[in-house]
Design a binder for this molecule. Structure first.
Ligand SMILES: Nc1nc2c(c(=O)[nH]1)N[C@H]1C(S)=C(S)[C@@H](COP(=O)(O)O)O[C@H]1N2
Ligand SMILES: [Mo]
Length: 496
C-alpha cells in the first residue's frame, strides 16, 4: 500500500498521524480485514462460493504484495496461499453448518439450491428435510456447531499466531545478539561537548537525544531483523573493485565517533523529526577508496535489507566530512529500529537521501541511471538540509508572567554551522540571542534570550543564520519536494 498509493495520500497520512502513522495503518488493516471477512460471510450465505471467491481475491492481493517484496522467500508466498485456501474452505464449511441447522425453506431458496449442488450439501438438505425435528431445535443445534467451530478456529488461529511468533523468534534472538555485541573503542573519539553547549532551560530538549526518544521514520511495518553473524555489505556498480564486508571486518577497522544531528525532510517548521546522537562508525570514504569508483559515477545508491534505497551524491561520501557506516549510537550498538547492525549517517543531508538503516549494499552509479526510493514519489533527488531553527521554550500558546521572559531553542545548519540566532516580537526588529557553542558544525546548537514583555499577547519568531552569513529562508514552503522553509512562529500570552 505504502509503495503503491500516490505520494499525496501518503504525505497527507503522515501530516495527519505523524509518527503514529504505522499504528493507524495497522489498525486500518485490521478494519479492512474485518470488513472483507464480514462481506465474505454475508455473500457466502446468499450464494455458495461467493464469499470464498472474495477471500480468494483478497488472498491474491496478499500474494501479489508478498511477491513484490524485496526479501521474498518461498515460505512467504506459501503463507499467503495457505491463508486464502484455508479461509475459503473454512468459510464454506461454516456457512453450510449454519444452513444445515435451518429447516428446509427457512434458509432461503438461493441457499438451499446452492447447497444442493454438491454431495455434502445434498446430504445436509435431505437430512434437514427428512428428519422433521422441530425447527427451533435444529436451528439451535446448527448455530451451536457454527459458533463452536468459529470459536475453535479463532482459538487455533490465536495459538498458531503465538507459535509462529515464538518460532520466528528472530527479532528476539537478534536483540540478544545485539546485547552481546561488543563495540570496539573509537581510534578517534567524539570531540568533548564544550562547556555551556547545553543551555538547560526548563522544557528544552537535551543536546544529545537519548536513543529511546530519538524520532523514527521508515517504511518498515516490521522492523527488519538482521543477524550480525551473517550480515554482509556489498559495494557494487561502477567500481574497479567490488567489495564484500562482514561485521567482524567492519568492527576491525579504525572506527571514529562523532556527534551528528540528523533530520527528516518531512519535518515541518517547528517540528520534532530531528535528533542528535553520538555515532560510532567507519568513514564511508575509506571503504569507497578501497572500491575505487569509476569516473562518471556521481551517486551511491544505498540499499537496506527490505529493499528501500537512498541516492547520495558520491562527492558527499568521499569529501572530508564524517559520513559514517555507523554501528553505534550513543555508546550502544544501533537499536533495531534505528538500523541494526549498520546504517549510514551523512552530516548535512536529509535522511531520505542518506541515512539508510539495515544497510546491505552500496551501489556506485549515476543520478542519470538510478533513483532512490522517494524520488519517483514526489521528492527531490537531492536533499541538503535547510538551515532552520525552533523555539522550544516557552511552548506556543503558553501563559507566562510579565517581566523578563526566557526564550530558548535550537538551530541547525549541518556541516556549515550556525553563526547567529535572532528573535523578533510582533515583527519588530531582530534581537540577537545568546548562541551556545555547538558540539561541531554537524550538530544543532542551542540558544537562549530573555525579552522584557509587558502583559499582552505576542507573536515571536526565530531566524538562524549560518556561518557563511546565509539567513534561513523566510518564505513558507511545504516539506515537499525538498524540505520546509519559513520561520518558526509562536504565540505567547503574558499575564498581568
Ligand atoms: N531502510 C530504511 N532506512 C531509512 C528509511 C527507510 O524508510 N528505510 N527512512 C529514512 C528517513 S526518511 C529518515 S528521516 C531516517 C530516520 O532515521 P531514524 O529513524 O533513525 O531517526 O532514516 C532513513 N533511513
Ligand atoms: Mo525522512
Amino acid at each position: 500500500m505504502i509503495d503503491a498509493v500516490p505520494p499525496g495520500v501518503k504525505d497527507w497520512a503522515i501530516s495527519l498521524f505523524g509518527t503514529a502513522d504505522k499504528a493507524v495503518f495497522v489498525g486500518g488493516m485490521l478494519l479492512v480485514i474485518v470488513a472483507v471477512g464480514s462481506l465474505a460471510g454475508i455473500l457466502e450465505q446468499r450464494r455458495r462460493f461467493a464469499g470464498a471467491a472474495v477471500i480468494g481475491v483478497f488472498g491474491l492481493v496478499g500474494l501479489t504484495a508478498v511477491l513484490t517484496r524485496a526479501q521474498m522467500t518461498p515460505a512467504a508466498a506459501v503463507v499467503a496461499l495457505a491463508a486464502a485456501v484455508s479461509g475459503a474452505l473454512l468459510l464454506g464449511w461454516l456457512i453450510r453448518r449454519l444452513h444445515e441447522g435451518l429447516p428446509a425453506g427457512a434458509a432461503g431458496t438461493a441457499a438451499v439450491t446452492a447447497a444442493g449442488t454438491d454431495a455434502a450439501g445434498t446430504a445436509a438438505g435431505t437430512e434437514a428435510a427428512t428428519a422433521q425435528v422441530p425447527a427451533g431445535t435444529e436451528r439451535t443445534a446448527g448455530r451451536r456447531t457454527f459458533l463452536q467451530v468459529l470459536a475453535a478456529s479463532a482459538g487455533a488461529t490465536a495459538v498458531g499466531g503465538v507459535v509462529a511468533a515464538v518460532w520466528r523468534g528472530a527479532a528476539a534472538s537478534i536483540s540478544t545478539a545485539r546485547e552481546k555485541l561488543q563495540l570496539p573503542a573509537a581510534v578517534s573519539g567524539a570531540p568533548a561537548i564544550p562547556a555551556g553547549a547545553e543551555v538547560g532551560l526548563d522544557g528544552m530538549q537535551p543536546l544529545v537525544t537519548p536513543n529511546r526518544d530519538f524520532y523514527r521514520i521508515d517504511t518498515a511495518l516490521i522492523v527488519p531483523s538482521l543477524d550480525p553473524e551473517s550480515w554482509v555489505l556489498r559495494v557494487t556498480g561502477m567500481v574497479e573493485q567490488e567489495i564484500e564486508l562482514n561485521l567482524a571486518d567492519l568492527l576491525a577497522k579504525p572506527l571514529i565517533e562523532r556527534h551528528v544531528t540528523i533530520a527528516c525532510v518531512s519535518n515541518e517548521v517547528g517540528g520534532d523529526l530531528i535528533g542528535n546522537a553520538r555515532w560510532l562508525g567507519w568513514p564511508v570514504r575509506e571503504l569507497l577508496a578501497l572500491a575505487r569508483p569509476q569516473s562518471g559515477a556521481d551517486m551511491v545508491l544505498s540499499r537496506s535489507s527490505d529493499g528501500w534505497t537512498a541516492g547520495t551524491p558520491l562527492e558527499v561520501l568521499t569529501d572530508q566530512r564524517d559520513a559514517l557506516l555507523a554501528v553505534g549510537m550513543n555508546g550502544e550498538p544501533l537499536p533495531l529500529e534505528h538500523g541494526f547492525p549498520v546504517r549510514l549517517i551523512v552530516p548535512g543531508l536529509y535522511g531520505y537521501v542518506s541515512a539508510t538503516k539495515w544497510l546491505t549494499e552500496l551501489r556506485v552509479t549515476r543520478f542519470a541511471d538510478d533513483v532512490g526510493y522517494w524520488t519517483p514519489r514526489g521528492w527531490s533527488d537531492r536533499g541538503p538540509i535547510k538551515t532552520s531553527s525552533r523555539i522550544d521554550v516557552p511552548r506556543t500558546g503558553r501563559r507566562v508572567g510579565a517581566g523578563t521572559v526566557m526564550f530558548g531553542g535550537v538551530a541547525w545548519a549541518q556541516h556549515t554551522g550556525i553563526g547567529k540566532v535572532e528573535l523578533r516580537v510582533n515583527r519588530g526588529p531582530w534581537q540577537e540571542a545568546r548562541l551556545a557553542p555547538g558540539i561541531s558544525l554537524d550538530t544543532w546548537y542551542q540558544w537562549q534570550l530573555g525579552i522584557e514583555l509587558t502583559p499582552g499577547q505576542y507573536e515571536v519568531q526565530v531566524r538562524a543564520t549560518d556561518l557563511n552569513g546565509e539567513p534561513q529562508v523566510e518564505e513558507r514552503r511545504p516539506v515537499t519536494p525538498d524540505g520546509a522553509t519559513g520561520f518558526h512562529t509562536i504565540r505567547v500570552d503574558v499575564n498581568p
